[in-house]
Design a protein around this ligand. Structure first.
Ligand SMILES: Cc1cc2nc3c(=O)[nH]c(=O)nc-3n(C[C@H](O)[C@H](O)[C@H](O)COP(=O)(O)OP(=O)(O)OC[C@H]3O[C@@H](n4cnc5c(N)ncnc54)[C@H](O)[C@@H]3O)c2cc1C
Length: 508
């Protein structure tokens, strides 16, 4: 059996950046279930937040992050995030990521709930693609071994310590085992839970399922961020229309052309994502439409085409010239705030097992992520995993266990378990506006599906199993949290409550 110092599962920004740091400390294997660049990272548009301008400070960035997190951020982790941000962005520059500049200075934009412009971007609105291409090139030209089409299926543990990983070779169907000293899960999010989502097909909650089945704690799963503005055109995937479009002056209008956001909040079009997403849902209901619109026709056309070349081109390819006409949009599932519970060194409660990126929950996002803080979180905490493993990993002891998944009765009407039924169920019952009746229905169906699914044998069947388990964790947490906070909104408990200023964690 092959043995490595580090095995990293996933090849988005978290997997690639961690691997490039790890290669200085030992042998590295990356396993990834598709090709190296199948990931959410390459779709990131807006950029990376860091307090690098003269008008900004780590303290301001801290305050904005805490405010967005709505009472549930891990303050120590946020301090680390904002303080280490400028150095980690410099790491990316040193790896060759071509951030945009103006007159020799780094170009910065503003996004919702940031008090000053602090978002670095590359290729206008193609930041993620530039990061993914740059880092994967570096990995390809290094000694790092990469196994593509290789799906991690089980974490191997011996005497409470990680021993390695079991994986399915998706091309041959054979199962292989790989041993390591440190296993780092960088498997991304779970946007594929929902019918409308901005995520890549790979976002099926695999890391959550792997870690939960191995005995780690999964925390804050009820907090799923819905982006208010994904393109809504029949037959077209909900392509993201970045918040930076509103940052540069884009205006949300309803189907009658009315600018509606000031009717809901004084922050208007740049209110936090959850507020804009809910206001948009109310506005769509009010006007009987399945969409609203972003208007950038008042901006000089060159601003739109140079600042958002990717969005401009995508819309043009689908028959929309956004310099002349409005863009139809609606909310879509976007980002998983919760995940595998890790401490500020990326450690789980199992010795040798680490998690980073969207699959991990460091606590920096609390109940609601501040835009462009997620790729930053990857950089800051992946670097800390390397520091920790250089010194020899320990296990973070003393993590409390809060909840077990509840036993449930099968519902009277039982849809067949498949991806589209699962996505419809989550969109209808576990989406932007939730209540006890819908969540209970979803929880009953998901629990029954989990009992009935056959043993997985190939990538789609593993992914469906993982989505069902991840969906159960999201739904049960949403049912338990009888209040509204951040991205979690219950129409039957529409206020936040001090008694819920705590985290919901699940374990086996
Ligand atoms: C459209 C869009 C726009 C965004 N814009 C921004 C932005 O402007 N700024 C920002 O900070 N964030 C943004 N985000 C969020 C951010 O892009 C992601 O949170 C971040 O890229 C996640 O990186 P990651 O490496 O954790 O996961 P990913 O990039 O999703 O990579 C996960 C990797 O794990 C692999 N994998 C998964 N399961 C398995 C398995 N079982 N076995 C083997 N491999 C597996 C996948 O194939 C993939 O390679 C955006 C997200 C989207 C979808």
């Amino acid at each position: 059996m092959n043995q490595y110092d580090y095995i990293i599962v996933g090849s988005g920004i978290a997997g690639l950046y961690t691997a490039l740091l790890a290669k200085k400390q030992g042998s590295v294997l990356i396993i990834t279930k598709g090709s190296i660049d199948d990931c959410n990272t390459k779709y990131a548009q807006g950029g990376i937040a860091a307090a690098v301008s003269k008008n900004d400070s780590a303290e301001l960035h801290f305050q904005d992050t805490i405010a967005a997190g709505d009472g549930l951020c891990h303050e120590e982790a946020v301090r680390i995030l904002v303080n280490e941000a400028p150095d980690r962005v410099t790491d990316l520059v040193n790896f060759g990521v071509p951030f945009d500049t103006v007159n020799g200075e780094v170009a910065l934009t503003i996004e919702a709930a940031h008090s000053v412009p602090r978002i670095l971007h590359a290729g206008g609105d193609a930041t993620g693609e530039h990061i993914e291409v740059t880092l994967s090139k570096q990995v390809r030209s290094s000694k790092i071994q990469v196994l593509e089409d290789c799906l991690a299926t089980e974490i191997l543990i011996e005497k409470g310590t990680v021993k390695g990983i079991k994986a399915l070779d998706c091309r041959t169907g054979s199962i292989e085992e790989f041993e390591c000293r440190f296993l780092i899960l960088a498997t991304g999010g779970a946007g594929q839970l929902f019918k409308f989502n901005t995520n890549s097909d790979i976002a099926t909650g695999d890391g959550i399922a792997l870690a939960f089945n191995a005995g780690t704690e999964i925390v804050d799963m009820e907090f799923f961020q819905f982006h208010p503005t994904a393109l809504r055109l029949p037959g077209v995937t909900p392509f993201l229309i970045s918040e930076a479009v509103r940052g540069e002056g884009g205006i949300l209008r309803n189907v009658d052309g009315h600018r509606f956001m000031p009717d809901y909040t004084p922050e208007g079009d740049l209110a936090p994502r959850d507020v804009v997403a809910r206001s948009t849902v109310y506005e769509m209901k009010k006007t009987g439409s399945d969409r609203v619109f972003i208007d950038v026709t008042h901006l000089p056309p060159y601003v739109t085409t140079t600042r958002f070349p990717h969005i401009y081109r995508f819309c043009l390819d689908h028959g929309l010239d956004i310099t002349k006409g409005v863009i139809p949009v609606a909310p879509a599932a976007h980002y998983m705030m919760g995940g595998i519970k890790v401490n500020t060194w990326g450690e789980t409660n199992i010795a040798g097992l680490f998690a980073t990126g969207e699959t991990a929950c460091t606590g920096v996002h609390g109940a609601n992520r501040l835009a462009s803080n997620s790729m930053l979180e990857v950089l800051v905490f992946s670097k800390r995993i390397m520091e920790k493993t250089r010194k020899g990993a320990t296990t973070s002891q003393g993590i409390e266990v809060h909840h077990l998944l509840s036993q449930r009765q099968p519902p009277k009407v039982m849809p067949k378990p498949n991806l589209s039924a699962l996505q419809q169920l989550h969109w209808d019952e576990v989406g932007i506006i939730r209540n006890k009746k819908g969540l209970t229905k979803a929880a009953d169906i998901l629990a029954t599906w989990q009992r009935s699914l056959p043993q997985p044998t190939d990538r789609p069947s593993y992914e469906l199993n993982n989505l069902v388990l991840t969906g159960r964790l999201v739904t049960e947490a949403a049912l338990l949290r009888e209040e509204s906070r951040g991205a979690h909104f219950r129409s039957d408990f529409s206020q936040s409550s001090p008694q819920w200023q705590c985290h919901i964690a699940f374990t086996q």
